[in-house]
Ligand binder design. Structure first.
Ligand SMILES: *[C@@H]1O[C@H](CO)[C@@H](O)[C@H](O)[C@H]1NC(C)=O
Ligand SMILES: *[C@@H]1O[C@H](CO)[C@@H](O)[C@H](O)[C@H]1NC(C)=O
Ligand SMILES: *[C@@H]1O[C@H](CO)[C@@H](O)[C@H](O)[C@H]1NC(C)=O
Ligand SMILES: *[C@@H]1O[C@H](CO)[C@@H](O)[C@H](O)[C@H]1NC(C)=O
Ligand SMILES: *[C@@H]1O[C@H](CO)[C@@H](O)[C@H](O)[C@H]1NC(C)=O
Ligand SMILES: *[C@@H]1O[C@H](CO)[C@@H](O)[C@H](O)[C@H]1NC(C)=O
Ligand SMILES: *[C@@H]1O[C@H](CO)[C@@H](O)[C@H](O)[C@H]1NC(C)=O
Length: 496
């Protein structure tokens, strides 16, 4: 597993040495080492000579023919004790520079470098300016797709300008810096929120003293896309226009619409935009079938996938009706056809194999949420194929289901009593088959090849299970299996 955030800090310093009138100005950041340059104009070997460094009357460093404050020479100011050194191997080149370690604000000021015994005596002025020290970067808050970066500057002598920059040097939008001043020193804090993997730099600039220092951090943001949002932009009875929106993934994601079986749906070209290194993707699809649909967002580089799901009810298309046999005897079979949730209200009829409409009980119709639920029963007394036909004229939609009924007339007359005793109906439904025919246009007509598998069962057929094989065709190919105990003794054979 990858941690969402990896941080490493890098530090960068810029020190400036500028010539000023009557001398030299050295700018260093606090806590670093400062080299104060000095050399007699003659550049002569000064190994056996004397030079003395002073600051506003304080003794900083003295060298006298090999003797200096770090090897026995006394009376060095305490402020500089143990912090100042010269460059022994450079003396022969006339280099009398010193290095002050771990410079503090108090070390700021004007230094003089004197060669009292040279003829003529030589004196050089060096100004040491201590600039803001490197800022501190902290990360007070983070989520998987954004990070709060805080930059703190502690006690700068001149009020600094503090900015956040990305790796290209662009200044990042940031909150208003918090500036406070205590004892003539400035404390600055500035926050920015970043949402993108990059190297970020907090840059501290003190223009007056030509000082700039910065701290750098590398931010890794997993950029895992948040869950997409699904909205229904428009819908009619026949279709729904679905929109999937991905907001702000840092790696460009692949966005797809899928049906409940995972088949990728045809969709419009996704709209991709990028703002601040984050990707915003919108993709539309139009669906025409009731079902569960999902929008899947994949970011391969970071092995991330997220999805959202929606259920679409295409009101115009009635689902296939449902045939059951609530009651049957040796002489007759009561067939029931149920339509679950159609809109507009469908006409539901029972037909025999020749298409004749059968007398039926008055259909039971109920309505919930604009959808109609219809149940219609018929009592059949003849062996044959029967069909329940659902028609929604207004939207040119027709669907149907079919069943086969076997009525053994002869056995009833021969051994009525025996059959009643053994309680096994002689008339029974051999099998039920459901097939749906979706006709997209008027006039209605069969445009599908149907595959019906019928197995024989004693007694009422249990509920058929329906599976759809190829949902991408406009006419579904349905396979129906009737499950139940297979019993051979009474009229079992193969499909009629
Ligand atoms: C003196 O030597 C030091 C150390 O090598 C060097 O950094 C500095 O620039 C030299 N200064 C002069 C004035 O030559
Ligand atoms: C971190 O940021 C999130 C989102 O901006 C915010 O809801 C949460 O309160 C913050 N947590 C802290 C400790 O500041
Ligand atoms: C920066 O963010 C931290 C943590 O949320 C907060 O405490 C601080 O006040 C913020 N500073 C500024 C300057 O906005
Ligand atoms: C929805 O689609 C219908 C048919 O295409 C169109 O007439 C209607 O203007 C659309 N409505 C919206 C809000 O886009
Ligand atoms: C999605 O459909 C809406 C409404 O028709 C349209 O405004 C938008 O541009 C479409 N977006 C895409 C990505 O096709
Ligand atoms: C079905 O019809 C038969 C004969 O017409 C009748 O005896 C039987 O009661 C009917 N069954 C139902 C449930 O209506
Ligand atoms: C009953 O069976 C007999 C012979 O077993 C046959 O002649 C007769 O036609 C059958 N009746 C019906 C209604 O099928």
């Amino acid at each position: 597993m990858r941690t969402p955030l990896d941080l490493c800090f890098c530090l960068l310093t810029l020190c400036g040495v500028t010539s000023v009138l009557y001398g030299v100005r050295v700018v260093v950041e606090e806590d670093s080492d400062a080299v104060l340059p000095c050399s007699p104009s003659t550049k002569e070997d000064i190994t056996a000579k004397l030079f003395d460094w002073k600051k506003d009357g304080q003794e900083v460093f003295m060298y006298d023919s090999g003797i200096h404050y770090n090897n026995g020479h006394g009376s060095q100011d305490l402020q500089f004790k143990g912090r100042v050194s010269h460059f022994q191997d450079q003396l022969m080149n006339g280099n009398a520079s010193i290095k002050i370690q771990n410079v503090k604000m108090a070390d700021s000021g004007n230094y003089i470098c004197i060669f009292p015994r040279l003829q003529p005596r030589q004196t050089f002025n060096i100004e040491l300016v201590v600039g803001a020290s490197k800022p501190f970067i902290t990360t007070p808050n983070q989520t998987k797709d954004q990070l709060l970066l805080q930059c703190e500057v502690e006690g700068a002598s001149q009020e600094p300008k503090v900015e956040w920059q990305d790796s290209s040097g662009n200044i990042l939008p940031a909150e208003e810096p918090q500036v406070s001043e205590r004892g003539g020193r400035y404390y600055v804090t500035i926050n920015t929120t970043v949402t993108k993997t990059d190297r970020y730099r907090c840059v501290v600039t003190q223009k007056e003293i030509s000082h700039q220092t910065s701290a750098e951090t590398f931010v890794f943001i997993s950029g895992a896309s948040p869950e997409p949002y699904i909205t229904t932009l428009n819908e009619t009875k026949d279709w729904s226009l679905l929109q999937c929106k991905v907001r702000g993934a840092s790696q460009e994601p692949k966005v797809e619409w899928q049906d409940s079986s995972g088949n990728i749906l045809p969709a419009e070209e996704p709209q991709v935009s990028e703002r601040g290194g984050r990707y915003y993707v919108t993709i539309n699809t139009t669906v025409t079938k009731t079902g569960r649909y999902r929008c899947v967002v994949t970011q391969k580089e970071i092995n991330h996938q997220s999805r959202a799901e929606t259920f679409v009810f295409i009101s115009g298309a009635s689902p296939e009706p449902y045939i059951t046999t609530p009651d049957a005897t040796k002489d007759w079979s009561l067939l029931q056809c149920e339509v679950k949730g159609a809109s507009p209200e469908p006409k539901v009829e029972w037909q025999d194999s020749s298409g004749n409409i059968l007398p039926a009980e008055e259909p039971q119709v109920s309505e919930r949420g604009g959808r109609y639920y219809v149940t219609i029963k018929t009592n059949v007394t003849k062996t044959g194929r029967y069909r329940c036909v659902v028609t929604q004229e207004g939207i040119s939609h027709q669907t149907s289901a079919e069943t086969f009924v076997f009525i053994n007339v002869n056995s009833s007359s021969v051994s009525e009593k025996v059959c009643e005793d053994c309680s096994s109906a002689v008339a029974f439904v051999l099998g039920a088959a459901v097939l749906a025919v979706v006709v997209a246009a008027v006039p209605f007509g069969l445009r599908a090849t149907n595959c019906i598998t019928v197995s024989f069962n004693q007694g009422a057929a249990p509920d058929p299970t329906t599976t759809s094989n190829d949902p991408t065709k406009d006419i579904p190919l349905l396979q129906v299996r009737v499950t139940g105990d297979h019993q051979d003794q009474n009229g079992s054979s193969n499909a009629p």
